[in-house]
Design a protein. Sequence first.
Length: 678
Amino acid sequence: MFVVFHLIEQFYEGLFFVKNIRFLLLIMVAFVCLVGARENEKAMPVAERGVLDLSDWDPTRDGLAAFDGEWEFYWDQLLTPKDFAIGGNAPAKSGYLTFPGYWKKYDLNGQPLPGTGQATFRLRVLLPPDLHNLTVRLLSIRSAYRIWANGTLLAASGVVGRSDEVEVPDRSLVLAKITNDGTPVDLVMQISNHFFPGGGVQNPIVLAEPGVLEQAHENARSWGLLFAGCMLIMALYHFILYVLRKKDISTLYFGIYCIVLTMLVASNDASDWLIRAYFPELKFIVVSKIAIICYASSTSILYRFYRSLFPKEFGRVFLYIVDIRGLLFLFTVLFLPGVVYQMALQLFALTAVFFTAYFVFLLFVCFRRGYSGSLILLCGIILLGLTSTHDIYYLIFGTHVMSLLPVGLFALVLSQAVALAQRFSNSFAAVENLSEDLENKNVNLEKEVAERSRLEREIVNISEEERRRISIDLHDGICQQLTGACLRCASLSQVVQNPERGKEELEQLSAILDELVVQAYDLSCGIWPLESEAAGSGPSLADMVQRYSRSSGIPIDFYDKRLCEICQKMQVAQLYRIAQEAISNAVKHANPTRITVSFDCSRDGMATLLVRDDGVGISAAARSKGGLGMSIMAHRAMMIGGDLRVVDIDESEGGGTMVSCSVACGLGLQKNHGEDEI
């Protein structure tokens, strides 16, 4: 049992309106106490064999009284008070029929009565002697009636007749006055029904002191107006949302659903026929069809609303089933007699239970999948299912006092509004987050563009400086050596007669030409390094290390670990340039005695370049004014998505500087395959 309560508690903790199962249990205890208290109230008398004794009942103290119980029943007779006058021949009773109730399937002489037909009912009421003025409320009596009190016509609705051609059905609300002169009140009621499946009295005939029932009537109208007003405002609001954003069709379906529910409640007895307050001449047949058509179309609209939110779960095939069901019932309402479509209404209501259960199942699936707003919609459809099932049960199998359908509809619409508001709120939050991210990225992009512009200007300056340096190297180096070679050649032309001197000049000329080759090779590799192998796919770090070691006179060790095929074939131009800049900076500024270069791609899918020297360290190194070595290395690392770090090495570990750059193997490096942008 503890496990069961724990699971229930975990479920209710997910609901937005119940944070703890203990709160729900407290409500249940309060409800039980309330029911127990009502059991101690005074029991209202009921009619027995056509007589209702209310002489000991005080409506002021004990509350409303109802003419419930056994009424005299005269089947297939439309009698008047004159037929029961003293001295006349009293008509024979068919029996007693309990109010509220229907005569359909009433056992008369061993035969069940049909739902259609006509009958007369009679009840003698003993009223409280101290109350002289009372009010009677008659609501939704099927389907035409007249009622007399002591021979005086008390109320009437529609036109009573023996056939559907004569009868004019109605289900109006009537508040009538009764004057109590201390004598028993004889009530005679004629009812004819050729429109509904079952004739009789659906709701209790209520008796109260003046003002109570009038106030209840105004309250019912007020709640109906409140509901209709809320629905109309919601509909207008969501229609405007759809006009502003036609891509989100869920707002259109929700607005249409609100309009349909407004018309359904306004034309229902739960709002005391609110529609007739504004259209008093509207016939009952029209009002009835409006309510039924709205009820029939609401399921299709609701399914479309759910499908617009969760298209994957609410499939198209079931939508066709819902539409076909609604169209069949619509055809029945428009083209078949009232008795037929009223009977079809019961079948339609039963299928509504199945559809509601299917909606609950699909929304529960959406909730399990974590869809936004699905839990709120699930709670709303469950409440609608409970209230509609209550009304459907009493519509088919009995009578009831109050319809709970408006409560369920209000809960459903409220849940839909909250779900849409939650979706809009999440959308707005997502837009705000995206806007904030975009703004941050724009700021970073502006900084990057500014940095790129600065680097481009510096690169232009460096390019001019590099051209000047190459020009000087060519002028002072290769050009001078070539001039010397030319002079040697001229000297050789004059010493042909002296072989020994010619041999010496040739040796010197060969040395000059060898040095020219070395200078030209160094110069070309400095501009763009090539592999020594003809089939190579990129620059050679080993060759570059050897040249720097030879030209600087500083020992440089090189370690290469490439265990995968990608690293053996990928372009390492940017890493080559970073290593070249790091070695150049170490030679120029750090005064090292040894430099170590390593390239490792043996683990974790990362390629790592390390350049380490034992010089004075980056913080103490003397830099040339305006140098861009660090900025250029950082820019190259950013181009390939690498992580560049330049740190001082602790004196306990030998001191100096370490430059490291790590990049994902085969990804960042291949992005700039074959390029050397700087």
